[in-house]
Design a protein around this ligand. Structure first.
Ligand code: F3S
Length: 264
């Protein structure tokens, strides 16, 4: 069996940066992270052994604690609440996400309504939405079409559209085009992360020439789920695994015996 590992495999620079910041902060003493630092439970367990505690909400963080903001970022209300609790904030928000926050604040200051194309349950999108009042989130074309039909805002409303960093560019752009046709005063910022885009591009290229694809990552990661979907669109044998011991890996045995190629 031939194995081809994608050149972009591994943590993106935003996550690497957040992990570095967390390790340096933990070296000074116990610190807290609001939500898991990254969507990878093995890494979260390793970090907890270094003294980085995970809090599900602000209420679980003791007053005056050192708090790391993870790469997904948080909205303005969270910064305010942590400061009120006397916490020291160590901000590891990915610079790409910081850019989106600034775009949203700027658009709101110019009187525009902000629309995020992304998953409203995802912490990154919740953080972006928390940077201005009245931010709207749409996940797909269906949601946008439904909203347009309801005409909740007049068609001359100035709109500013941003994307969740891990969106698939072609689908996100289609959503923006639908909006632009009706809301002609729409400005668009393509905020999809290039690290994400190059992984998705490499995943689809690799999956297209391999007999099987193995996607390794945490089930709770939006990035990992998207990569799996993308590989499935061009390859009929896509296996998702969090660890090498997962039983699905046995499915690759016939690829091995037939000297096929597995992409990772
Ligand atoms: Fe990573 Fe930042 Fe992109 S966290 S996926 S480099 S937006």
């Amino acid at each position: 069996m031939n194995v081809r590992i994608a050149g972009t495999a591994g943590f993106c620079y935003g996550v690497k940066r957040a992990v570095d910041i967390a390790e340096h902060t933990a070296a000074e003493g116990i610190c807290w992270c609001l939500g898991e630092l990254i969507h990878n439970r093995f890494e979260t367990e390793r970090l907890s052994r270094l003294g980085i505690r995970t809090a599900a909400s602000i209420e679980n963080i003791p007053a005056g604690a050192v708090v790391i903001i993870r790469s997904h970022g948080v909205g303005d209300e969270v910064y305010r609440a942590l400061k009120e609790q006397g916490c020291r904030i160590v901000d590891a928000t990915c610079p790409n996400v910081v850019r989106i926050h600034n775009l949203v604040r700027d658009a709101a200051a110019r009187g525009r309504t902000v629309i995020v194309i992304g998953d409203h349950r995802h912490p990154e999108v919740q953080g972006i939405s928390g940077c201005a009042e009245g931010v709207l989130v749409f996940q797909d074309e269906e949601e946008i079409n439904g909203w347009i039909q309801r005409r909740e805002l007049p068609v001359d409303t100035p709109l500013t559209v941003v994307f969740q960093t891990t969106e698939v560019r072609s689908s996100a752009k289609k959503c923006a085009e639908i909006l632009k046709k009706v809301y002609t005063n729409t400005e668009l910022f393509d905020t999809i992360c290039e690290a994400t885009f190059s992984r998705q591009k490499e995943a689809v290229e690799l999956a297209a020439i391999c007999d099987a694809m193995l996607v390794v990552g945490d089930r709770s990661s939006a990035n990992t789920r998207r990569l799996t979907d993308i590989c499935r669109s061009v390859c009929t044998r896509v296996i998702f695994a969090e660890t090498a011991s997962e039983s699905d890996l046995l499915d690759l045995i016939d690829v091995r015996t037939s000297c096929g190629t597995v992409g990772v």
